[in-house]
Ligand binder design. Structure first.
Ligand code: GLA
Length: 497
């Protein structure tokens, strides 16, 4: 009897004592309604109750930093490029890994992964990028590009119908006539390649050429998205090994703007190869002889501002992604002053697309967002639903004086002059000797300030315009401004004769 009990106890404890080794390649593949398959990989090596290895997405690989195995349960933790914690936690159930993902850039989600023989994110014989050389300017984007991009609001929900509606709305809302002329489709339009390697759009976009024609017929320009890796950030087909072919396809469709996003290229190349890899697509675009604005998106790595223009970039992202919060928007703001010298006509620092009108910030915060983007001379790519804009959103995106500051032909990026208490003072030189000033109240209580003209090096001055209130103020009247919490006062000097 005793022996029977011992055997039974061993049988019950066996799964705990001799749990399966989790070592191996675990792949989760999910077929999406648009026809594309999204994938995630855990490449694991188990040693006792520890796991090493990588968590892999189309947007890159993360090294596992901490782990725990307890019977069939496991957790692995990694740190993202931005320094945030990324966790997978779950268990081996039958022959599947079933786990929850806590990704700092996404809502929590669940994954089921099966063992695989090979890693779909590993490419054999990676193509060596070309030798570096300086490309002359392509003559485009003399002022920062303006338009609309699908990502911030729609992400993977963008389709042909919405793009057409956006085109109509960009015209009827006055955005086009205010200068927002690029209508850019971001990630998730990509379908499969045919037998000749030609990329086709997926079933959300039945006919790209017809869509581009429609956008053009509205007096707008048409933008698209890809990346130098085999996959885009959302896991769709990238341009790796098909650069020249894709550039030709885009030109054939009538593409006027390409955003080229690093993501899975990080599984192939070290960051030090970025310059050459970006140059490769610039060459491919130029070979089409179609003027195509080239937007580099590699999150400000490798000091891209120092070489972005030389690889033919008209703009380059300076940071990781924006989101629709005041906190994130200001984190981005705080990194822009130091790199101001690298922006200029034809080649711009890009602090990411606008969130104005998406609902996550107050109207005052959105005014601060728009004001600072104008102070930077940043690309202005609206990211809201242009079909239904509130009066506040309209007034922010369509303010002619703010747009004029952004589009100032001198093209010199504004910088933080100084901080005084909770107020940041930004200064931007404008063509014709003018100056724009933005005073941003970072406090969550109202501030009252007199503009320190002298300390800002702007005296004598005869008049200035309170831009958001559209009010001309003549010196010696020099009022104190009440700035709401997280709000802004935006001024520009006026030449009064
Ligand atoms: C990256 C980019 C974003 C957007 C997404 C699309 O995160 O930085 O701007 O293009 O990819 O997947």
């Amino acid at each position: 009897m005793k022996r029977l009990i011992a055997i039974l106890a061993l049988l019950f404890a066996a799964p705990l004592l001799f749990a399966d080794d989790l070592s191996g390649i675990w792949v989760s593949s999910t077929k999406q309604p648009d026809g594309h398959t999204s994938q995630m990989v855990l490449a694991l090596q188990q040693n006792g109750n520890q796991l090493t290895g990588k968590i892999e997405h189309p947007w890159g690989r993360l090294n596992i930093k901490e782990s725990k195995v307890d019977g069939n349960h496991f957790s692995v933790t990694a740190i993202t490029n931005e320094g945030h914690t990324y966790v997978c936690e779950g268990a081996l159930e039958a022959d599947k890994l079933v786990f929850a993902v806590r990704d700092p850039n996404a809502k929590p989600y669940n994954v089921v992964a099966a063992r695989a023989k090979s890693d779909p994110f590993t490419v054999a014989n990676v193509i060596t990028p070309p030798a570096i050389r300086d490309l002359p300017p392509n003559g485009l984007a003399k002022t920062p590009p303006m338009g609309w991009n699908s990502w911030n609001l729609f992400a993977e929900r963008i389709d042909d119908k919405i793009v057409r509606e956006m085109a109509d709305a960009m015209v009827s809302s006055g955005l086009r006539d205010a200068g927002y002329i690029y209508l850019n489709i971001d990630d998730t339009w990509e379908g499969d390649r045919d037998a000749h390697g030609v990329i086709h759009s997926n079933n959300k976009f039945p006919d790209m050429k017809a869509l581009a024609d429609y956008v053009h017929s509205k007096g707008l320009k048409f933008g698209i998205y890809s990346g130098p890796g085999p996959y885009t950030c959302a896991g769709y087909e990238g341009s790796y090994a098909h650069e020249a072919q894709d550039a030709k396809t885009y030109a054939g469709w009538g593409v006027d703007y390409l955003k080229y996003d690093w993501c899975s290229a990080s599984n192939l190349y070290p960051d030090s190869a970025m310059r050459a890899v970006y140059q490769k697509m610039a060459d491919a675009l130029r070979a089409t002889n179609r003027p195509i604005v080239y937007s580099l998106c590699q999150y400000g790595r490798e000091d891209v501002w120092k070489w972005g223009a030389e690889v033919g970039g008209n703009l380059w992202r300076t940071t990781g992604d924006i989101n629709d919060t005041y906190k994130r928007m200001m984190e981005i703001v705080d990194t822009q002053s130091a790199i101001a010298q690298w922006a200029g006509p034809g080649h711009w620092n890009d602090p990411d697309m606008l969130e104005v009108g998406n609902g996550g910030m107050t109207t005052d915060e959105y005014r601060t967002h728009m004001s600072l983007w104008a102070m930077f001379g940043a690309p202005l790519l609206a990211g809201n639903d242009v079909r239904k804009m509130s009066a506040d959103t309209r007034s922010i995106l369509l303010n002619k004086d703010v747009i004029a500051i952004d589009q100032d032909p001198l093209g010199k990026q504004g910088q933080l002059a100084f901080k005084r208490g909770d107020v940041d003072y930004w200064k931007r030189p404008l063509s014709g000797g003018g100056v724009a000033i933005a005073a941003v109240n970072r406090a969550s209580t109202p501030a009252s300030v007199k503009i320190p003209w002298k300390d800002l090096g702007i005296e004598p001055i005869s008049a200035f315009k309170d831009v958001w209130n559209s009010k001309l103020i003549t010196i010696p009247s020099d009022p104190a401004f009440a700035i709401p919490p997280h709000g802004v006062v935006l001024l520009r000097t006026e030449l009064v004769h």
